[in-house]
Design a protein around this ligand. Structure first.
Ligand code: FAD
Length: 504
């Protein structure tokens, strides 16, 4: 077995955007870093919609760690101006459309079956849908440009720790190599590496949310705005073109995401309630066909669809939720997305991964020798991540509970938008942010938990009256009042929120 002559401070496993950006930042902090990826770029990857929080963190990483080119990726306009060759999509906000079984989509002048929440003021200033295949490949190329050793199609087979050093046995297409490093960052996006190397278990047992996904990329999908127009549904008071957003179709069984890119591709997928016994018994094709047969306008969209060359097939995930039982050990730590994942609803993934980079880099920068004080910080990191996953889980679980009652869904989801406002405001005002979405803020926790209990009481009933829905909505409005700078749940807004975040 060949021994690699170089000794690294840090080996990062996984060259998704999180692993690559972490490597670039740590390299600029003076660490000797290498990145090991089991696949090869460009490759298909799911998880694409950014948020204002993600953009803020990208800008902050860019300026703090001297990566000026990263800044451009924080807005659609600057991204496409500097890198038109890297596909992405405009994401002006979050849009939701409720569909009822057997009925074409319909609504009324109060937009009772729609919810549009703007996050940015214009297309050029907007968040983005990342075409991960292009973007992740660009970042991997940057690794090389910065002189960071990058091994693709390589996996770690074993790790031995002795005298504060790792010796990794790696395998690249049967070419075995030994690599030494002081520290390992697991950015592989699943619990499998931690399980293989450190016997750390991953489990979904703690989660309230139980969902799975069926998804792919499609070419030339008809736009939803076009379909609304054909149906004579007025859209004049929409805050933006709904196809230029993270577009969600809400079904009784779960929800659909539609994220468009500017290369005529759309990431389109169902995220479905895992408690649905009949769906659980079906094959991927049966699920795809059954849901189209049940929802006429979903059929209308998909009947004209063609699978994109990549991935070229419809993918079904197992249960999406998972959480490692520990987030670090002697000489290693896992990044937040590797530690746990709940569900793509609210697109927390990219922002959360980026927030993790900030945190991890800070910890390592301040503990360059990887000695004892680092582990006290890692203990706190673990507690923080677990608390954050708990809040995201609660917010998402509440949504799955209300998908049959769109007014309740609408009211409940305002907790996410309100907590986002609190977190964004803290960041904008340069106040310390310890927890993603203020998950450790006792008031936020109390509001989330109390409201979740109220919600469960309602959705556990055999029927829910309009008056009960209105009382619940009033309660949420009252509870989020201290944070609600965006007029959320103001009846005059008619579910159309023109701007929720502070000027960025
Ligand atoms: C169905 C679905 C939809 C999603 N939608 C959204 C969304 O709209 N918005 C959002 O913000 N987030 C979304 N997410 C979450 C999103 O995928 C993650 O936040 C994001 O992918 C994190 O990127 P990453 O770089 O950490 O991990 P990944 O993209 O998972 O990258 C990990 C990399 O590690 C490599 N790897 C794996 N194992 C090994 C190994 N043993 N050794 C070396 N390399 C390895 C993989 O090949 C891969 O390249 C979604 C997730 C799912 C499952």
């Amino acid at each position: 077995m060949a021994e690699h002559p170089r000794h690294y401070d840090i080996l990062i496993a996984g060259a998704g955007f999180a692993g690559s950006i972490t490597a670039l930042v740590l390299n600029n902090c003076g660490f000797k870093v290498c990145v090991m990826e089991k696949g090869k770029h460009p490759r298909f990857a799911i998880g694409e919609s950014s948020t204002p929080i993600a953009d803020m963190i990208l800008r902050s990483l860019s300026s703090q760690y001297n990566l000026p080119w990263l800044y451009d990726f924080s807005r659609y306009g600057s991204w496409q101006q500097s890198h038109p060759e890297i596909a992405c999509g405009i994401k002006r906000g979050f849009s939701y459309f409720k569909h009822y079984p057997g009925k074409p989509f319909y609504t009324d002048t109060r937009h009772s079956n729609e919810l549009l929440v703007a996050a940015s003021v214009s297309d050029s200033m907007s968040d983005t849908n990342w075409f991960r295949s292009d973007f992740d490949a660009f970042l991997a190329a940057k690794l090389k440009a910065y002189g960071i050793d990058y091994y693709d199609t390589t996996e770690i087979e074993a790790a031995v720790r002795s005298n504060g050093q790792w010796t990794f046995s790696t395998n690249r297409k049967d070419d075995k190599m030994t690599i030494r490093a002081s520290f390992l960052i697991d950015a592989t996006g699943s619990g499998l590496l931690a399980k293989k190397l450190f016997s750390v278990k991953s489990s979904a047992a703690d989660f309230l949310t139980d969902s799975f996904a069926v998804f792919s990329h499609f070419d030339d999908l008809p736009t939803w705005m076009e379909i609304l127009q054909q149906k004579n549904i007025p859209t004049a008071d929409y805050p933006y073109n709904a196809d230029r957003s993270a577009l969600h179709h809400i079904l009784d069984e779960g929800w659909i995401w539609a994220l468009r890119f500017n290369n005529d591709r759309t990431s389109w997928g169902f995220a479905l309630n895992g408690n649905n016994a009949s769906l659980q018994k079906m094959s991927t094709d049966e699920i795809w066909n059954t849901l189209q047969a049940k929802y006429p306008d979903i059929h209308r969209i998909l009947s004209k669809s063609a699978l994109s060359a990549e991935p070229g097939r419809i993918i079904q995930s197992p249960r999406l939720q998972g959480k490692l039982e520990k987030c670090f050990g002697d000489g290693w730590l896992a990044m937040p997305h590797t530690i746990g994942f709940i569900d793509p609803l609210f697109s927390t993934g990219i922002a959360y991964s980026l927030a993790g980079i900030e945190r991890i880099v800070q910890m390592l920068y301040e503990n360059r020798d990887f000695d004892r004080p680092l582990y006290a910080r890692l203990k706190a990191y673990e507690a923080t991540v677990f608390e954050e996953l708990k809040l995201i889980d609660l917010l998402v679980a509440g949504c799955y509970n209300t998908m049959q009652h769109f007014q309740l869904f609408n009211a409940w989801s305002m907790l996410y938008f309100a907590f986002t406002i609190v977190y964004e405001q803290r960041r904008l005002n340069n106040l310390p942010v310890q927890y993603f979405l203020e998950a450790g803020n006792p008031r936020v926790q109390e509001i989330a938990q109390t409201t979740y209990k109220d919600l469960l009481k309602l959705t556990g009933q055999t029927s829910i009256s309009q008056q009960e829905i209105e009382v619940f909505t009033d309660t949420v409005r009252e509870r989020i009042k201290p944070y609600n700078t965006a007029g959320l749940l103001n009846p005059a807004a008619k579910n159309m929120y023109h701007h929720t975040v502070a000027e960025l």
